[in-house]
Design a protein around this ligand. Structure first.
Ligand code: LLP
Length: 395
């Protein structure tokens, strides 16, 4: 086992070799179809990770002024940066326009009017894509579904004509095309096939080409294998992009964009935590760790299951509830999970924590922000960590 002496737990550990392989695979598969990639910064905004992603020529996808400034600071070009979100403030819209980003993904008729007004005042022409809520079920956890009528995201098809008319009438708007995102952690082709059908239909029905639409952004959503991160470290980007290449039928030349988050960074991150106590309950035994929902919120918020490994023990397995220290009953990483017999001081690896782990961390209970460590070499599995770990200068 890697010697972590002197490294304060909990901490995030990033396998930069795996990140590199994942980025190369995504880029190669996208390039085969001429597709453009943007990275959804919300998944992980660590500077070291952003700089690797930027170095691969992938653009940025932001959902707040803060993410936009982080992206620009990390070196992403405004010309490949997109900005979505149902609640963009005037200040954020002005900031995006000042920086001449590639495209604002507009989520309502009301927002479109505000963008048009602000751009006019600034003497600018805002490049805008209309985010449409396609009514396609992503068949994922209901908290990470975004493309259904009851979700707050996007413009309902019933309002799309009105939005297109505003674009056509406004000299301060340049209509780029349509944007979609149906949900996250999608693990089968079905929802993406349904999205293709819906896009084909909407593109024709609303004569998007005649309004000058030449850009289609399909969002993110490709899932990762939480159950077997070592067996499946790099998502199958080839099959993912092939679905769109085979099923999109758009008239004329349209540039196709994706905003991938989880699939690019999910598997390269691990949360390392120390066991504080092994406590006997009435019917179960609790492993209490020094990381909790404050460092990885996904299990508490979505009942997400992350693979847990004991890095210190090879003793015969026992059944545990692995829980964090927060004063919340939902602060549970896993219920009734089998782990080698565990004792105080053991280090546990909570896998697949690269996406929506560190970026969703909380200061609740006045917790300290856990630090991120990176490995220059490939780690492949946390048990295998051999190369020197480093904290970048800017931490
Ligand atoms: N584009 C838009 C407009 C999005 O809303 C999202 C994610 C993405 C792209 C990136 O999706 P991805 O490729 O990562 O699936 N915190 C949740 C996930 C929330 C996703 C929000 N939107 C989780 O931990 O599962």
């Amino acid at each position: 086992m890697q010697d972590y002496t002197g490294i304060e737990t909990p901490f995030y550990l990033y396998d930069m070799g795996l990140l590199e392989r994942t980025l190369s695979a995504a880029n190669e598969s996208a390039a085969a179809h001429g597709y453009h990639l943007h990275y959804a910064i919300k998944a992980n905004h660590e500077r070291e990770i952003l700089s690797r992603i930027n170095a691969h020529g992938i653009g940025a996808d932001c959902v707040s002024g803060g993410e936009l400034s982080t992206a620009l600071y990390a070196g992403f070009s405004p010309g490949t940066t997109v900005f979505a979100g149902v609640g963009k403030s005037d200040e954020e819209i002005v900031y995006a326009l000042e920086n001449n980003i590639y495209c604002l993904n507009c989520e309502s008729v009301e927002e479109l009017e505000v963008i048009a007004g602000l751009a006019r005042q600034m003497g600018k022409v805002a490049r805008v894509a209309l985010r449409v809520n396609p009514g396609v079920d992503a068949h994922t956890h209901h908290h990470i579904t975004t493309g259904l009528e009851e979700n707050k995201f996007g413009i309902q098809p019933a309002q799309l004509q009105k939005a297109l008319d505003i674009c056509a009438a406004s000299e301060s708007i340049r209509f780029m095309g349509l944007h979609f995102h149906i949900g996250s952690q999608i693990t089968g082709p079905g929802p993406f096939l349904a999205l293709c059908d819906r896009v084909n239909q909407l593109w024709r029905e609303f004569r998007i080409q005649e309004y000058g639409g030449r850009m289609l952004n399909l969002g993110g959503g490709l899932g990762i294998n939480y159950a077997d991160p070592d067996g499946d470290p790099v998502p199958d980007f080839e099959s993912f992009f092939a679905i769109f290449a085979q099923n999109l039928r758009l008239p004329g030349a349209v540039s196709v964009h994706f905003e991938l988050g989880r699939s690019l960074v999910g598997q390269c991150g691990t949360l390392i935590t120390k066991v504080l106590y092994v406590k006997e309950g009435v019917n179960k035994t609790f492993v209490i760790t020094d990381a909790g929902m404050t460092e990885l919120l996904r299990p508490a918020l979505y009942q997400a299951v992350h693979k847990i490994e004991n890095l210190a023990s090879k003793s015969p397995a026992r059944c545990y509830d692995v829980v964090g220290p927060a004063c919340e009953s939902t602060d549970v990483f896993a219920s009734q999970v089998s782990l080698p017999a565990t004792t105080r001081g053991d280090l546990l690896a909570i896998r697949s924590a690269g996406a929506y782990g560190q970026s969703m961390s909380l200061r609740y209970n006045q917790r300290r922000q856990a630090q991120a460590y990176f490995n220059r070499e490939e780690i492949t599995s946390p048990e295998n960590v051999s190369a020197e770990l480093f904290l970048p200068d800017f931490v």
